[in-house]
Design a protein around this ligand. Structure first.
Ligand SMILES: C[S@@+](CC[C@H](N)C(=O)[O-])C[C@H]1O[C@@H](n2cnc3c(N)ncnc32)[C@H](O)[C@@H]1O
Length: 220
């Protein structure tokens, strides 16, 4: 039986939380970044204009730019505090000329139709209550041969596995600021069938959806 979805309260708006999340992401997201880079490589994308939705501390677009210096990014997030930390991270990485930041929701992107070669959206879908609106907005901005790489948790994993991941989460994120744990993100995530249903109703074409353990991947 699948547990009912409980939307997560967004607490990444305070500078303190944004900085903490950034430090954790820089420490633990190296392997997830490599996996996304592997997908970018597999799609044959070496240059162009990319968009990262829900960029947080921007560790993913920064890693992609370092690997593919001819890709430029627009990184958007609703949290001003996260964007401030993301700008510092881009500066630290020496790539400020290749990444632009904008406070925006994934529902209304400040971009022209068909202007983007690659959209990435990592660990963000569970924050959004209207994935259909997000997918249609992604479709609007994607160039005709553009690609999407979306990764998030999914609510199909068993409750014992979710609890185990929660324990591991607390071991790695010892600080009391991280008290909420993995469970809240897990509970606010979508099941593969829910996500597939949104994708089927959306205008996006040529997508595929699959799971890798606790992750759900959507690509097109
Ligand atoms: C869990 S963080 C993931 C950050 C980053 N992608 C990563 O994996 O390191 C989710 C981010 O999505 C942002 N967010 C939440 N709702 C959003 C929306 N409607 N549009 C854009 N960003 C949003 C939050 O502010 C937060 O920074």
């Amino acid at each position: 039986m699948v547990i009912e979805r409980i939307p997560e309260k967004d607490e990444l708006t305070s500078p303190e939380m944004a900085r903490y999340f950034s430090e954790m992401a820089k420490r633990y997201m190296k392997i997830p970044c490599r996996r996304v880079i592997y997908k970018v490589k597999a799609k044959g994308i070496k240059k162009g204009f990319a968009l990262d939705i829900g960029t947080g501390p921007a560790v993913f677009p920064i890693a992609i730019i370092k690997e593919f210096p001819d890709i430029k990014f627009l990184a958007v997030d609703t949290s001003y505090a996260m964007l401030e930390v993301a700008k510092e991270n881009a500066c630290e990485a020496g790539i400020t000329k290749k990444i632009y930041f904008h406070q925006a929701t994934g529902y209304h992107l400040p971009l022209k139709n068909r202007s983007i070669d690659l959209v990435t959206c990592i660990n963000t879908l569970h924050h959004l209550d209207d994935p259909l609106k997000l997918f249609n907005e992604i479709k609007r901005v994607l160039a005709p041969n553009g690609h999407l790489i979306l990764v998030d948790f999914h609510r199909d994993i068993s409750w014992p596995l979710a609890k185990l991941l929660n324990i591991l989460w607390h071991i790695f994120f010892r600080d009391k600021k991280a008290k909420r744990g993995f469970i809240e993100s897990f509970l606010s995530s979508y099941t593969v069938n829910e996500c597939k249903d949104f994708l089927e109703k959306s205008e996006l074409e040529g997508w595929k959806i699959y799971t890798k353990a606790y992750e759900m991947w959507v690509e097109c």
